[in-house]
Design a protein around this ligand. Structure first.
Ligand code: 2PG
Ligand code: MN
Ligand code: MN
Length: 556
């Protein structure tokens, strides 16, 4: 289908550029002590969200391609929807479908993995919770049972504690369920000859400590995970439960930050790690979401890799394995080459139309969310669409626990954005302020309030430059997080580190506005979602949105 845009029949756009600000994780929830957004002093956001050009958007569940209304939104599905202007079934749903209709197990990739698993060991690595943002344990269990039914007798599970999309200290509960599933699998004779099955947890650690880095923010984190999973380097414990209980006693940190562990079954008797990765093994990374799966995939599968030395502690060469991802995580990089389920078939994104039309645009954030406004915005493709017309700016993130730096790089992102806007070279720009979400994920309420106040201060600077240039500013978010920072039961407060089901704000600041358009009256509740934003941007740029894009939020 063509990528050409038609001029808008009745609106030619504004003299200045259109800027979309995504305040990551800054949702809309009833005011209250747990709401870091309403607890913050936010004069600029208050003005933006009390204007007539304001509405709320759904950013969770089916509105962003997730299975049910109980599924909280996240950056992947949110920025996919923002950049594609349509709703695509997302990883969680695609994997559930492929499991339900068995197609996942009919693939050559699964059959090859099982073949390697029968000869050696099948390794499953991934985020260990039912958070549904990167993975679900329900999907892991279906892979485990099928592997057993398909004749695998040796299977090692490498678990990454969550505590970010689920309760901060929920690892023990998830481990208990997985250990019960593994015991049930092992209790069944593998075959008539009575071969004993040996399915076990072999290694793991906190998801913000090992393996699940993204956008090259912290390769040493990936190396720690690689060495733990592959060579069994890390503190030895007799069980994952022992590892977590020991670490809980040593620190008050949540699961996401717990250290790496390696299981040694007859601990202390000079035993071996329970499941190192050796030549001929198969490895499946069972996360369906790509951003935090790409680097470990490259480390485990790429022949050409130079981010760290992959040889073992005694100089042993890196193992040659059959590696597969649950999905293909990057369509541009083709990472990984082997995968079980086709990723969302996102095409004809906003960026492709703008480039086809010769419209210059920019995208900017700091490392932690840089890929959100490029890779996810462009439909899980990490490269430029057209380097002549696009400018992607990454402000390096710090590698800290972000409650210690509530501003993160909001100041630097704002300053750079103002320069880009004033350059006069761009008609469209998008930025992501990560702090509402990244500080929200620490569960630290005061720091998150401070993060939101700093965002507000810098929104004022962006509004000012949009006024100066006669452009348009759109303020929105990709899902909630900062809007609910704790839950309370019988007076006891528990930090809530996860995203929320809240709607997100959508405000247009248009200094030349003279009533040319109005917000489309929303039915009760957020009748619109993030996928309606792209058509609205095309309107404000003076173009007609592609016919199959979800409708604009404004009417003329
Ligand atoms: O940090 C992440 O990977 C997710 C939560 O799991 O957050 P976001 O979707 O905002 O990137
Ligand atoms: Mn987000
Ligand atoms: Mn988040």
């Amino acid at each position: 289908m063509s990528l050409s845009l038609s001029k808008h029949p009745s609106f030619s756009g504004r003299p200045g550029p259109v800027l979309v600000v995504v305040a990551d994780g800054v949702g809309v929830a009833p005011p209250g002590a747990s709401n870091a957004v309403t607890e913050a002093v936010t004069p600029t956001l208050d003005a933006l969200t009390s204007s007539e050009l304001y509405t709320e958007l759904a950013a969770h569940g089916p509105a962003v391609g997730l299975p049910t209304e109980d599924d909280m939104g996240n950056s992947e599905v949110g920025h996919n929807a923002l950049g594609a202007g349509r709703i695509f079934a997302q990883g969680a749903k695609l994997v559930n479908q492929a499991l339900a209709n068995d197609t996942i197990f009919q693939t050559e990739v699964w059959k090859t993995a099982v073949e390697h698993g029968r000869e050696g060991t099948l390794h499953l690595i991934g985020l260990h919770s039912d958070g549904g943002v990167h993975s679900t344990n329900a999907q892991l269990y279906q892979l485990l049972w099928r592997a057993a039914d398909d004749g695998v007798t040796s299977c090692a599970v490498h678990i990454l504690h969550d505590g970010r999309d689920v309760a901060a200290r929920s690892a023990l509960a998830y481990i208990a369920v997985t250990e019960a599933v593994l015991a049930e699998i092992n209790a069944v004779e593998a075959n008539a000859a009575g071969a004993q099955r040996d399915f076990r947890i072999a290694s793991g650690g906190g998801r913000m400590r090992i393996t699940m880095d993204r956008y090259g923010a912290d390769w040493p984190m990936v190396e720690r995970g690689y060495r733990t999973h592959v060579f069994g380097e890390g503190r030895r414990f007799a069980s994952a439960t022992d590892a977590v209980e020991t670490m809980y006693a040593e620190t008050d940190k949540g699961d996401q930050y717990l250290g790496e562990f390696v299981i040694e079954r007859d601990l202390g008797a000079g035993g071996e790690p329970a499941g190192t990765i050796v030549d001929g093994d198969a490895v499946i990374f069972f996360n369906f979401r790509g951003d935090r799966a790409i680097e470990i995939s490259q480390a485990l599968a790429d022949d050409h890799f130079d981010q760290f030395d992959r040889t073992g502690p005694a100089g042993e060469p890196r193992p040659s394995v059959f590696y597969a991802g649950m999905l293909q995580y990057d369509g541009d990089l083709q990472v990984p080459t082997n995968y079980l389920v086709n990723p969302p078939a996102i095409d004809r994104t906003m960026g492709e139309f703008l480039c086809a039309e010769g419209v210059a645009s920019f995208a900017i954030s700091e490392t932690q969310k840089f890929g959100h406004v490029t890779y996810f915005w462009n439909g899980n493709k990490s490269g430029y669409i057209d380097e002549e017309l696009e400018t992607y700016i990454e402000i390096p993130s710090d590698n800290v626990e972000f409650d210690t730096t509530p501003a993160m790089k909001v100041r630097e992102i704002t300053a750079e954005t103002i320069d880009l806007l004033r350059s006069g070279e761009y008609r469209f720009g998008r930025l992501n302020f990560p702090s509402g979400d990244m500080v929200g994920h620490t569960g630290h309420l005061p720091a998150t309030v401070e993060a939101v106040e700093i965002i507000d201060e810098h929104m004022a600077k962006l509004v000012e430059v949009i006024d100066e240039l006669g452009g348009v500013l759109i303020y929105t978010a990709d899902h909630g997080n900062a809007d609910i920072m704790f839950t309370e039961e019988q007076g006891v407060r528990s930090p809530k580190t996860s995203h929320t089901l809240s709607p997100v704000p959508f405000a247009i600041h248009d200094p030349n506005y003279d009533g040319e358009y109005q917000m489309v009256a929303a039915a009760p509740g957020p009748a619109h979602g993030l996928a309606n934003v792209a058509a609205t941007v095309f309107d404000l740029l003076g173009y007609e949105a592609p016919a199959d894009y979800l409708p604009s939020l404004i009417g003329f």
